[in-house]
Design a protein around this ligand. Structure first.
Ligand code: UT7
Length: 323
């Protein structure tokens, strides 16, 4: 039975760090409010001219190096982003060219903060169906470009960054002890459009638009949907909460992360948290958190990881991965 096994991961954050205190100098906010409500202390912001594809390329190079593979080994790139360099072509094709990869396919997936789980599920399915054998799955965003910097209710919450994993087809026994992606679950509910969206686009306003969010409403949906989708993906694999070694959640708000961990009965030391340093980097947040916990030695070969995220759409999902 074919399994998509994660061979390596990598991430990249823009050099410029903006602290809560920096923001408080230019708008009516405070370090205390931001930390209490979200757990965020700082975020990285892309430099002028530094685009989503640039962040994605750096994260991809690091992931390939960690995997011990070359760009010429790849036959698929799936890039999750809501902030592409251009309306078209797919930002993934920029990364393909940047890596010097000439074969296979490269395309973007758009599921905002759930984008990485969507991208991982798509790449996993293509590998299992024999359409690809070695895939790069990237989450990369420059949300700073779609923030209304006059809206303190949203602009303090987000940051820029990229993370990537390399998946490779391997034969497994078909048990949950196999390394690789064990199960995925994806959902969306288009009726919830108005609580989290960008008020622009090529076919509507012909502008890029700015992010709009009813934070409290999104919060409520996040807590309920995350618990449900985690249960669903565990049931698909025939596993239980107690089997999870690491929860690697989307990093939107420390209170949502803590709430999900509590509902699952997972102690805080088994939950990876980077929202304090990275803020909400949308599709990049899960692979950024994953890379941090792999590189500092917390996540070890054979560990069972639960990745989950929710964002605009609403769109949400979860993946269960044996590292
Ligand atoms: O990644 C996609 C998924 N997104 C999420 O999961 C986000 C989910 N939502 C949240 O994380 C939270 O709802 C927020 C962090 C966005 C907001 O927290 P909240 O506890 O729901 O606060 P609120 O929006 O109800 O605002 C409370 C107060 C308001 O003042 P009044 O009306 O009570 O006087 C806001 O004006 O806080 C005020 N406020 C701020 N004060 C200082 C809003 N933003 C700020 C700010 N600094 N930056």
């Amino acid at each position: 039975m074919i399994r998509s096994v994660i061979q390596g991961c990598g991430s990249y954050l823009p050099a410029r760090v903006v602290t809560n205190a920096d923001l408080a100098k230019t708008m009516d906010t405070s370090d205390e409010w931001i930390q209490q409500r979200t757990g965020i202390c700082q975020r990285h912001i892309a430099a002028e001219g530094e685009m989503t594809s640039h962040l994605a390329l750096k994260a991809s190079e690091r992931a390939l190096e960690h995997a011990g593979l070359k760009a010429s080994d790849l036959d698929l790139i799936v890039l999750a982003t809501a902030t592409p360099d251009e309306t078209f072509p797919a930002t993934a094709t920029r990364v393909q060219a940047g890596l010097g990869m000439t074969k296979g396919a490269a395309f973007d997936v758009q599921a905002v903060c759930a984008g990485f789980v969507y991208g991982l599920s798509v790449a996993d399915s293509l590998i299992k169906n024999g359409l690809a054998s070695t895939a790069l799955v990237i989450g990369a965003e420059t949300f700073s470009r779609i923030l209304d910097w006059d809206d303190r209710g949203t602009c303090v919450l987000f940051g820029d960054g990229a993370g990537a994993v390399v998946l490779k087809a391997e034969q497994g026994a078909g048990t949950t002890a196999d390394r690789g992606v064990l199960a995925n679950a994806l959902h969306s509910d288009g009726r919830q459009h108005d609580i989290l969206y960008v008020d622009g686009g090529p076919s509507s306003t012909r502008t890029t638009g700015f992010l709009r969010m009813e934070g409290k409403e999104v919060f409520k949906h996040a807590v309920v949907n995350m618990a449900a989708v985690v249960g669903e993906v565990l049931a698909k694999a025939g596993l239980e909460t107690k089997d999870i070694d690491w929860l690697v959640p989307h990093q939107a708000n420390k209170r949502i992360i803590d709430g999900t961990g509590r509902k699952l009965g997972l102690p805080p030391e088994r939950v990876v948290v980077t929202v304090d340093r990275h803020a909400n980097t949308s599709a990049a947040s899960i692979p950024l958190a994953l890379d941090a916990a792999v590189k500092d030695g917390r996540i070890k070969k054979g560990d069972l990881l639960l990745l989950e995220g929710i964002g605009g759409g609403l769109a949400w999902g979860a993946s269960l991965v044996r590292w």
